[in-house]
Design a protein around this ligand. Structure first.
Ligand code: FEO
Length: 397
């Protein structure tokens, strides 16, 4: 897409990645964008770059506004390569003697990535930079979501360049929140659930800090997806709510199956939960992507996991999901395990161990059956579902 002016003299010069469907293991069903911003002033400033394979497009976008050698300062809000990958190409054209502003950890991490002798200017938290008519303030946001992450705030226009925070993996011809439908919040929620969930306590701290210093925000420009200009407070409020990790009365039942026995159990547990009037979402691991599952797990009260026993262990897709989920540290959940087995039957106990490791309180020791469930077992599954549903209803969710 061509660069677009978001305010007089301030341009989005980043690129749209229409075709990406897997972003390091996160499913991006409508692609994404890598946003970068050019501010024209007495000193011209570029904030962030794009993935390496889009370097030429970024350079063409900038060149359609000013020659790259007219950029005086480059700011790197975040080292991850979807935003820094084009730095070598950009710095080469801007001039390697020009200052590269970043956090202290940014200097370290950029050096480890690119081994370049750039003129780093590591900023202090709240340090300011005057560019002529504008003043930029650098806000430290360490671990949101990398140690090097920071925000840049344009004081006079009250624009927050927020790096990954408040982003969405969403590609569109449109640039702003008021040009897209409400479903953008679903993309923002998926992004939070899969990228930021484990840092929720830091999100709360950051939002408090922003409130305490009375930071006025007219526009939030994240490095992915649309820009929040109509109601930036909407996404801030959503982050506040999401970071509390207060679950709703909902169960997510995640399972895989070899010969449909665990699946049949799943169907009856789901029906049992539904019988109590509780929302329940069954998710077959070979039909649903782990990042979509995490989006549902994110606000659910109960996580129910069903696995056959394979070679004395968990079914591989279940291990994958649990590894992913464990890293994101979901809080305030209850868990239940079930599954069919042939002769050794370790899977349910292994899921229970994982629940314990994640500090997810277990409903009980779970439900396991040998080979194919008969009518009696299926009734047990329905009752198990009802028990879980009733617990969810009782919980202060
Ligand atoms: Fe979009 Fe952490 O990179």
């Amino acid at each position: 897409m061509k660069p677009k002016e978001i305010k007089k003299g301030i341009f989005q010069v980043g690129v749209t990645d229409w075709n990406i469907r897997d972003f390091h293991g996160y499913s991006t069903e409508s692609g994404t964008t890598y946003n970068a911003f050019l501010i024209l002033d007495e000193k011209n400033v570029l904030i962030d770059t794009v993935k390496k394979e889009f370097s030429d497009q970024l350079i063409d976008n900038i060149k359609s506004i000013i020659p790259l050698e007219k950029i005086d300062i480059v700011i790197s809000n975040h080292t991850e390569m979807d935003h820094s990958g084009s730095l070598p190409a950009v710095m080469h054209r801007v001039g390697e003697n020009k200052p590269l502003y970043c956090s202290k950890m940014g200097e370290k991490n950029l050096s480890l990535h690119y081994q370049k002798n750039w003129q780093f200017h590591p900023v202090q938290p709240n340090e300011t930079l005057n560019t002529g008519r504008y003043t930029l303030t650098f806000l430290e946001t360490r671990m949101l979501h990398w140690p090097d992450s920071m925000f840049t705030y344009l004081n006079e226009e009250k624009i927050l360049f927020s790096s990954d925070a408040f982003g969405q993996h969403y590609a569109s011809q449109y640039l702003f929140d008021d040009q897209v439908e409400d479903k953008i919040m679903d993309y923002a929620k998926k992004y939070y659930a899969n990228i930021l969930l484990l840092y929720s306590p830091l999100v709360q701290k950051l939002l408090k800090q922003v409130t305490d210093i009375g930071l006025q925000i007219n526009m939030i420009c994240p490095d992915h997806g649309i820009i929040w200009r109509k109601d930036p407070n909407r996404i801030i409020k959503a982050y506040h709510q999401w970071s509390l990790q207060k679950p709703i009365k909902k169960a997510v039942l995640i399972y895989d199956t070899m010969w449909h026995s665990t699946e049949t159990m799943a169907e009856h547990i789901v029906q049992g939960i539904a019988d109590t009037g509780t929302e329940v979402i069954p998710m077959h691991l070979r039909k649903c992507h782990r990042s979509d599952i995490m989006t549902e797990v994110f606000d659910a009260k109960a996580i129910i996991i069903g696995s056959p026993t394979l070679n004395n262990g968990l079914y591989p897709t279940i291990s994958d999901l649990i590894t992913y989920m464990k890293g994101l540290k979901p809080k305030n959940k209850i868990g239940a395990a079930f599954g069919s087995y042939g002769w050794s039957g370790e899977a349910v106990a292994l899921i229970n161990q994982e629940f314990d490791a994640m500090k997810i309180s277990r409903v009980d020791d779970g439900l396991k059956i040998q080979f194919v469930p008969d009518k009696k077992v299926l009734d047990q599954c329905s009752e198990y579902g009802q028990k879980i549903g009733q617990l969810i209803q009782k919980e202060d969710a």
